[in-house]
Write a protein that binds this ligand. Structure first.
Ligand code: UD1
Ligand code: CA
Length: 458
């Protein structure tokens, strides 16, 4: 059993040339979070005493994006190999620690796999994460002796034909005592096919120094797959999405097609929720019991309460949808839209920074912005709150049980009193009194004998 404290080193200096991108590779998102963010999250589940990230290409951007004060950042100016990279971090490493080496571009590593590996390392052994691959091309191979004991790792480019037959491959992830690691790193040479300082060469040194190498394996291959190209990124994205879909289904969510859902953040769910195809959930989304979400809805940082029905094609951001509301199809709720419950929000309706009272309905072709609306209100088709005077935004108040006719324009700041009715086509510039009908008087005229123009013959 280990008593040492844990130091984690994450290697993230690689160029990522095959991504063909100006964004550093480790910042490419997987499920909405940078690759490196996933690795940091996995590392932090082990509560390390130190978390060191070795950066190279695009270092400043990486630090700014990750923006985490508990990380020690170490630069590797020239990429001279994985051993060289780890060595750059060694001045930061605690004397009596166990060092866990992770890769910033291997995002789906499980925390249970890591804690098992660290446990295997104990104080006196080296824990090495290996995997049997159908196609080990490109990976370092694990050479064992006749008794099955790990002897050394040979890189693909340095391997002989016999070694190339080995399917057990190096994931690159390992854990070992910090001072032993330090002394082995100082002995590394770069006289190999790639002219690099290979971290993998410490395995043979451990064996030489009678340090037992204990190999452990991940639960699935995807845990240890790295991202070197956009194609590999897409493969891991789908795998990650599948895992999240499985997790939701295990919690009692019906997902019509688990291969057509995307979760880019943290979702909390109740029971008996149905998610139709192509739903995208971003940021922090909570969905209560008996909610149904139609096809192609995009929901970001929002709260969906019990029994809500979201019809297809809705875009919801930083909004709350209260119990039993029916929203969509084609509704857009923007930041600050707060629906009390029992509402009907229909097609081509946009609501921003507004409180919509219990049971109020906004069914067609409407913009409601910066508005406090009471309960039982009915908003007619094409109603617009004109909240912007070209310089400042103003609020609109619509009290309980008011009703607006089609094509009303409510010029804010303005108030529509309790139970007031606004006639169709009204441009409301002054308060509409409680209980009364208020309308713009637009004169209607018929031009008798008027003829439509006819097309001239040429
Ligand atoms: C390395 C291993 C190989 C293993 C493979 C798993 C060595 C010598 N080889 O291969 O046995 O099967 O990973 O993917 O360790 N990095 C730096 N600085 C460097 C070089 C690399 O930070 O100078 C980082 C990269 O950003 C990456 C990781 O180290 O996150 C691995 O580098 P990469 O070049 O992908 O791996 P290989 O050297 O091909
Ligand atoms: Ca390499």
């Amino acid at each position: 059993m280990t008593t040492s404290k844990l130091n984690v080193i994450i290697l993230a200096a690689g160029q990522g040339t095959r991504m063909k991108s100006s964004l550093p590779k480790v910042l490419h998102p997987l499920g909405g979070t940078p690759l490196l963010g996933h690795v940091i999250k996995a590392a932090n589940t082990l509560t390390p005493a130190k978390l060191i990230v070795v950066y190279g290409h695009g270092g400043q951007q990486v630090q700014e994006t990750i923006n985490n004060d508990s990380i020690s950042w170490v630069e590797q100016a020239e990429q001279l190999g994985t051993g060289h990279a780890v060595n750059q971090a060694m001045p930061e490493v605690d004397e009596d620690s166990i060092v866990l080496v992770l890769y910033g571009d291997v995002p789906l590593i499980n925390s249970s796999t890591l804690s098992d590996l660290v446990y295997q390392a104990g104080d006196d052994s080296l824990g090495l994460l290996t995997v049997h691959l159908d196609d080990p091309t490109g990976y370092g191979r694990i050479a064992r002796d006749a008794h099955g004991k790990v002897q050394y790792i040979v890189e693909q480019k340095d391997a002989n034909s016999e070694e190339l037959e080995i399917s057990e491959s190096n994931t690159g992830i390992l854990a070992v005592n910090g001072s032993k690691l330090k002394s082995w790193l100082s002995q590394l040479k770069n006289n190999n096919a790639q002219g690099e300082y290979y971290l993998t060469d410490i395995i043979a040194m451990a064996v030489r120094d009678n340090v037992e190498v204990k190999a452990t394996h991940p639960e699935s291959e995807e845990e240890v797959l790295g991202v070197n190209s956009r194609s590999q990124l897409a493969h891991l994205e789908r795998h990650y999405q599948r895992l999240q879909a499985e997790d939701l289904m295990a919690q009692g969510v019906t997902i019509i097609d688990p291969s057509r859902i995307d979760i880019r953040g943290e979702v909390t769910v109740g029971k008996d929720i149905t998610l139709d195809i192509n739903v995208i959930l971003e940021g922090k989304v909570s969905i209560a019991d008996n909610v149904s979400i139609g096809a192609n809805c995009v929901i970001k940082d929002s709260i969906i309460e019990e029994g809500v029905e979201l019809k297809p094609m809705c875009v919801i951001e930083q909004a709350r949808i209260g119990k039993e509301a029916i929203v969509g199809p084609y509704s857009r709720l923007r930041p600050g839209a707060d629906l009390a419950g029992g509402n009907h929000i229909g097609n081509f309706v946009e609501i921003k920074n507004s409180n919509i009272g219990q049971g109020s309905k906004v069914n067609h072709l409407t913009y409601i912005g910066d508005t406090d609306m009471g309960s039982g209100v009915n908003i007619g088709a094409g109603t617009i709150t004109a909240n912007y005077d070209g310089a400042n935004k103003h609020r609109t108040t619509i009290e309980d049980n008011a009703s607006t006719g089609s094509n009303s324009v409510l010029v804010a700041p303005i108030k529509v009193g309790k139970g007031a009715t606004i006639g169709a086509g009204t441009v409301l510039r002054k308060e509409a009194p409680e209980g009364e009908l208020t309308l713009s008087v637009v004169k209607q005229k018929t031009i008798e004998g008027w003829k439509r123009p006819v097309k001239k013959k040429t």
